[in-house]
Design a protein around this ligand. Structure first.
Ligand SMILES: Cc1ncc(COP(=O)(O)O)c(C=O)c1O
Length: 374
């Protein structure tokens, strides 16, 4: 049996009628950039998050640095995050011209450890970027308290967790802005690149709207800006998928529960943790081998058996060759949990359109490897 890592074509086939109709609406409208479909989707995205505003941009990386720029954060400023995220989180801080400050992650959730943040704060610190890694929210309540105490801005990197929530909070409620990515493999993904930010702050909304469009909100009138817009064709695809995002996330949660039940007796690795009161949306289902020497062996075994397993992310940002490429960067305290995560993580196939046979085949093969290596 073959088990792919992604189910993009299956999802397209299931929604083909609606996606094609939406795309045709755009194609026949004659409006392809900042047209009515983008406006409609931005309205739907804001309503979904319960925020006042949503702005579609070119990709999830741009969404982060545009948010930082709208907040006035740039050269001379420091922004705190953690080093076991996708590279783009740090990249966006550097594109904004700020210094990336890395602290360790929580060993259970792999999200930033709030207990490590205060030690990293200096007079130059301007913001914190918690990443809702793998689909589970960071502890926004603790992070909000720290941000309030030190007058810091908060930008949630929500590329991986649309639809997730924590105890008593939703994404976008406790921050200045929450950014997301619509690259195909995300829980809400288009067939290509895209991104957005949601916010309740009218100033951020207005600034990012201008910045994404060459600094312009009226024809021929410009200030400093860029070209980073979400195309209407992508908005058309995303509008059809957004309607189903809760159902898709519920399905991911069911596959995650099936995996975790199937792996109950396994002893060579640990399972992803969903903290009480949180809704984990399993963008990725990540196990961690107890002996890092086994990581590549297990991945190779699964690939040989037809299961496309991957790693997210096997090289922490501060361990990438050439780090920090002349950019501002600081590591505060040890980042042992982030490094352990990089050395031991394995992501198993996870998408709503998996079948029970596929999930059970993954479980059987992982169990087989576990027994042989216990
Ligand atoms: C945590 C995180 N942040 C940022 C990004 C950047 O998004 P994009 O690839 O759309 O630029 C991604 C995904 O690609 C991500 O996983």
């Amino acid at each position: 049996m073959k088990v792919e890592f992604y189910g993009h074509v299956r999802q397209y086939k299931n929604l083909q009628k609606e996606i094609d109709a939406n795309m045709q609406t755009v194609l026949l409208s004659g409006n392809y950039v900042q047209g009515p479909m983008l406006k409609r989707f931005e309205g739907e995205l804001a309503a979904y998050h319960g925020t006042k505003f949503a702005v579609g941009v070119g990709n999830g990386t741009d969404a982060i640095w545009l948010a930082l720029m709208a907040l006035g954060i740039g050269p001379g400023d420091e922004v705190i995050t953690h080093p076991n995220t996708f590279f783009a989180t740090a990249e966006a801080i550097w594109i904004a011209g700020a210094t990336a400050v890395f602290v360790d992650c929580d060993p259970r959730t792999k999200c930033i450890d709030p207990a490590r943040i205060e030690a990293a704060i200096t007079p130059r610190t301007k913001a914190i970027i918690p990443v809702h890694l793998y689909g589970q929210c960071a502890d926004m309540i603790a992070i909000r308290k720290i941000a309030d105490k030190h007058s810091l801005k908060l930008v949630e990197d929500n590329a991986q967790a649309i639809g997730a929530a924590g105890p008593g909070f939703r994404i976008g409620q406790l921050s200045d802005a929450a950014t997301t990515s619509f690259i195909i493999q995300k829980n809400l993904g288009t067939f290509g690149d895209g991104g957005a930010l949601v916010t309740n702050n009218a100033d951020i909304d207005a600034k990012v709207r201008k910045l994404r469009n060459h600094g312009s909100s009226a024809r021929n009138v410009h200030s400093y800006g860029f070209n980073s817009r979400l195309d209407d064709l992508h908005a058309a695809i995303l509008s059809a998928k957004l309607k189903r995002i809760d159902q898709y996330n519920d399905q991911r949660r069911q596959w995650a529960a099936r995996y975790s039940a199937g792996f109950k007796g396994c002893t060579t690795f640990t399972l992803p943790v969903e903290l009480p009161g949180y809704r984990h949306v399993f963008h990725l289902y990540v196990i961690e081998v107890k002996n890092p020497a086994n990581r590549d062996k297990l991945v190779e075994f699964l690939v040989k058996e037809g299961i496309d397993a991957k790693t997210h992310y096997s090289i922490a940002i501060h361990r990438q060759a050439g780090y920090p490429w002349g950019k501002g960067a600081r590591i505060v305290g040890d980042v042992a949990n982030a490094e352990a995560n990089a050395a031991s993580c394995i992501s198993l196939p996870m998408y709503p359109e998996l079948t029970a046979d596929e999930a059970d085949y993954v479980i059987a093969k992982v169990q087989e490897w576990d027994k042989a290596n216990a």
